[in-house]
Design a protein around this ligand. Structure first.
Ligand code: CA
Length: 228
């Protein structure tokens, strides 16, 4: 059973989302406030958290930061704020995807289904292992280490890095990355790829200003620069 935690204080929104997702066979647990949501976290093995930003007690941003201290569970953020800056802020604190209210429950359902398809099918190039002594990437085991230290990656960051490594030095455009990662064409994802890339660099590059592993190719996209 795939458990989803829904942290949303608007009862009408929560009821609609729960209804749609349960029809798809998910087990949806609802929390009407941030602390209650955090409380539920340890009771089930959640694969996805759908998190509203405006909550009556602590903010969704706070909830996200707290979850990220101990977990790389997938997080979808729901918010009425739609500006690009807010999206980037959400991604910077560890959200994987972002939905702006009012969104259609069908779109949310499609994204949730796409996520679970990704999680259940192994990464196509799952055998790829990169290791240059500093950085070790094992796509199969979903493990990334820097100087032997396991680095915490969100699912999207992990899939982007593995897609680049699997391309073996070939350039992938933002559209190709979106396609490989999400398997579906969602509008407005171009910039979120850039934010994920920035976060990946912070985690693995020695100097983020002169990246060695995740290289920008002007007007084309990104490529993995670790292999000669
Ligand atoms: Ca709310």
């Amino acid at each position: 059973m795939n458990h989803i935690l829904l942290i949303e204080d608007e009862e009408s929104v929560a009821t609609v989302i729960k209804g749609y997702l349960e029809k798809e066979g998910y087990s949806v647990h609802c929390a009407p406030a941030g602390l209650k949501g955090l409380d539920l976290l340890n009771r089930f093995e959640f694969k996805l958290i759908i998190l509203d930003l405006m909550l009556p007690d602590i903010s969704g941003e706070e909830v996200c930061k707290i979850i990220r201290q101990s977990s790389d569970v997938h997080i979808f953020m729901l918010t009425a704020k739609g500006s690009l800056n807010d999206k980037i802020e959400g991604l910077n604190i560890g959200a994987d995807e972002y939905l702006v209210k009012p969104f259609s429950p069908r779109e949310l359902t499609a994204r949730v289904n796409a996520l679970f398809r990704r999680l259940s099918s192994k990464f196509p190039s799952s055998k790829v292992i990169f290791d240059d002594g500093y950085l070790m990437i094992d796509c199969d085991k979903r493990s990334i280490r820097v100087l032997e230290q396991e680095i915490s990656f969100t699912p999207n960051e992990f899939d982007i890095l593995c897609a680049l490594v699997s391309a073996k030095g070939n350039v992938l455009s933002r559209e190709q990355l979106i396609d490989k990662i999400f398997g579906v064409d969602f509008s407005g994802y171009d910039r979120t790829i850039d934010v994920h890339i920035k976060n990946i660099r912070k985690k693995i590059e020695i100097d983020t200003k002169i990246p060695k592993y995740v290289l920008t190719v002007m007007k084309a996209g990104y490529k993995f620069g670790g292999e000669k």
